[in-house]
Design a protein around this ligand. Structure first.
Ligand code: ATP
Ligand code: MG
Length: 442
């Protein structure tokens, strides 16, 4: 039980009257923005926009309409943006009117967001917003629209995410975002404690951007994380999971620090036992292997629970679950190994070998890994799925074998082929089955 409270008291709320953007530090007025920038750098930034984004910006050229958030950050870093989001002074009906010729999605309309599909690409447009008061540390009580770009930018979490760009490539940066990008610093727009108290998820988001960009935190953020980290408890599992996945994807080593701050205490406390494997996990080439590397040290039940708690897409979850089934393959008997190879492929085994070589499936024993590898490769070189077998269930039916036994007998034949005791050859296989399994038809 925590003695400190994650909710603000009424006293605090009163003294804390909603800040206008002008109250937030490091604010510069638009006319103080540097005017020295060359047209070439603007043009270079403009060129990083997708053709669809350019088309959209052209459509809105007579309105206040800007690229915003992560895409601006990424363009300034010379990276191709993940997704391109836009902010505008226009409200939903005006936005929709301009997009009459395109397919639009209105699920976010009550929050001011309209998505549009242009040439197969989905782009999101949101009216300028100011977030209403946050009372529960999770979501603003209500969404309020605004007429000011600065106000919209000031509600965003970090300075590097609080910039806009117009269609000429000009940057609108009122909170020192470019400076922080240059210096590699994650800094909140406004004071860290206040911004985290509005939405505790921002605590994990700070780690997520640090992981993604390799940046450092300001002292202020460190202090606020230490003070308010336990409040993450209030945030939905799904929102937390999506940030944790991003952290695992880019820099799983940060899990150690998340644990030190107690940020995983509620949902993923068992990762405590994984701290000595984080460096190895960081060397794995894909998110799915990184998650497997983190889960492979947990008992089966906890691994399954954590897999669910990460809210992965079905395909990814199944892929990981399939690997987890055989993480103990190094101690398999020959029979067990053969059974594990049935219906698998080389890519699957290469993933398991890599995990073992990095010491993520117990202490690495190079000789043992090499021996299993040779064995698996030999099995894989032979037929190793029922589909590849030179006979089928139909042949067994014609021999009068009961349907219920067909699968089992075919598998036995396949194992015999994998063992090298039998050629994958029709006549030989039929003879083997006739000899060992067939019963006279009744
Ligand atoms: P990525 O490229 O990894 O998607 P992103 O910056 O686009 O990064 P998103 O989570 O997609 O991150 O959010 C888009 C933008 O919305 C952010 O850049 C930020 O300006 C704003 N934002 C999102 N979530 C929050 C939040 N919880 N609090 C404040 N601003 C937020
Ligand atoms: Mg994004």
């Amino acid at each position: 039980m925590h003695l400190r409270n994650c909710q603000k008291t009424n006293m605090e709320k009163a003294s804390d009257a909603p800040k206008t953007p002008e109250d937030r530090p490091r604010l510069e007025s638009p006319d103080k923005l540097p005017q020295t920038e060359s047209d070439t750098s603007r043009a270079a930034r403009r060129q990083m926009l997708s053709p669809q984004a350019l088309q959209l910006m052209k459509l809105f050229e007579d309105s206040e309409f800007y690229l915003v958030g992560g895409a601006v950050r990424d363009i300034l870093l010379g990276r191709t943006p993940n997704d391109e989001d836009f902010t505008t002074k226009l409200r939903a009906p005006e936005i929709e009117a301009k997009l009459a010729d395109f397919k639009t999605f209105k699920e976010g309309k009550q929050f001011g967001t309209i998505a549009v599909l242009i040439d197969g690409k989905k782009l999101e447009i949101t009216s300028y917003r100011r977030d209403g008061k946050y009372l529960d540390g999770r979501h603003p009580e209500q969404v309020e629209f605004s007429d000011s770009l600065i106000e919209d930018l000031s509600r965003r979490d970090f300075t590097i995410n609080a910039m806009a760009m117009d269609s000429s490539g000009k940057i609108y940066d009122y909170f020192g975002g470019q400076e922080d990008l240059q210096a590699g610093i994650i800094r909140t727009v406004g004071t860290a404690e206040e911004r985290f108290s509005e939405d505790y998820l921002r605590i994990l988001r700070a780690f997520r951007f640090r992981a993604k960009l390799g940046f450092t935190f300001t002292e202020e953020i460190r202090g606020a994380v230490a003070k308010l980290g336990f409040c993450l408890e209030k945030i939905s599992l799904e929102r937390q999971a999506s940030e944790l996945l991003e952290i695992i994807k880019y820099q799983p080593e940060l899990i150690e620090e998340l644990l030190e701050y107690g940020l995983l205490d509620f949902l993923w406390p068992e990762f405590q036992a994984a701290t000595d494997r984080l460096a190895a996990v960081g060397k794995l080439p894909s998110l799915y292997l990184k998650i497997t590397g983190l889960l492979s040290q947990l008992d089966e039940q906890t691994a399954k629970l954590y897999l669910r708690r990460l809210f992965l897409e079905k395909e990814l979850r199944q892929q990981i679950a399939r690997l987890l089934v055989n993480i103990n393959y190094q101690s398999y008997s020959d029979e067990e190994l053969k059974n594990a190879v049935i219906n698998s492929d080389l890519a699957y085994w290469e993933d398991l070998f890599l995990l073992a070589e990095l010491g993520l499936l117990g202490a690495p024993d190079a000789e043992k890994i090499f021996a299993v590898k040779q064995q698996v490769q030999a099995y894989l070189a032979r037929a190793h799925s029922l589909k590849e077998l030179a006979i089928s269930g139909r042949d067994l039916q014609l021999m009068g074998i009961e349907s219920a036994k067909i699968g089992q007998i075919l598998t036995a034949a396949l194992v015999a082929v994998m063992s090298g005791n039998l050629e994958n050859e029709r006549v030989e296989l039929l003879e083997y089955i006739r000899r060992d399994f067939s019963q006279p038809a009744t």
